[in-house]
Design a protein around this ligand. Structure first.
Ligand code: MG
Length: 218
């Protein structure tokens, strides 16, 4: 069972789905040589990919180029369907950090062939989450420093103010397609600076006001 600290309690992390945004920071879209999207680009990661803090990301043998992507994650508080932008924040429980671990070579191959990203995004351990959940209202999700170090060296550094689509718009958009359930997780995209991780690496991902998520790589 995966649980994270939430206030004075612990909360079990058991989403029905993890919905991720692609290309939600312009600089990252540019480094991927992708277009800036006119509406949110979404994909799913399976809940089976989740691991907690201080665990180990397992590199699959099918990939030679696994990348880190640090992202602000939103935890949904209650069932949401066709939610209006102005009501969307009523469906937010809180925030944490999610690493959208990506087998970049498999994703590049899928992009070339017009195939889904599921393979490149869906391996077990490809969704580390934590270190805790911070309640809505305790931080301003639109202005948080976000970054990631590998072996103590800064790789990614940005601010959530750089997100193209903001949280209310994201929730409204996703809920117009699929019902969001209590406990579902939305990963809001990564700033620029993504790069390769290798066996033995130690990752520290941080978001201002949330903390540091530490993981090993093997
Ligand atoms: Mg991502």
């Amino acid at each position: 069972m995966l649980s994270l600290e939430f206030g004075n309690d612990n909360m079990e992390i058991k989403p029905t789905k993890i919905v991720c945004l692609g290309r939600n920071y312009a600089e990252h879209a540019r480094e991927m040589k992708s277009e800036i999207p006119s509406k949110p680009v979404i994909f799913l990661k399976p809940p089976s990919a989740l691991i907690g803090p201080n665990e180990t990301i397992i590199l699959p043998k099918e990939s030679n180029n696994v990348h880190h992507e640090v992202e602000l994650a939103v935890i949904i508080s209650k069932k949401a369907k066709n939610v209006k932008i102005e009501d969307a924040m009523n469906y937010v429980l809180g925030y944490t950090i999610l690493l959208d671990i990506t087998a970049r070579d498999l994703q590049d191959d899928a992009k070339r062939k017009g195939l889904p990203w599921t393979l490149s995004k869906g391996y077990d351990t490809f969704a580390p989450i934590g270190p805790k959940i911070v309640a809505k209202g305790e931080i301003d999700p639109n202005n948080l420093e976000i970054g990631l170090k590998v072996n103590g060296v800064i790789r990614q550094k940005g601010n959530t103010s750089q997100m193209i689509f903001k949280i209310p718009e994201i929730i409204s958009y996703i809920s117009s397609i699929m019902t969001l359930e209590k406990g579902d997780v939305i990963a809001t995209g990564t700033p620029s600076g993504v790069g390769r991780i290798e066996s033995g690496d130690e990752i520290e991902a941080w978001i201002e006001g949330i903390g540091i998520l530490r993981e090993k790589v093997k």
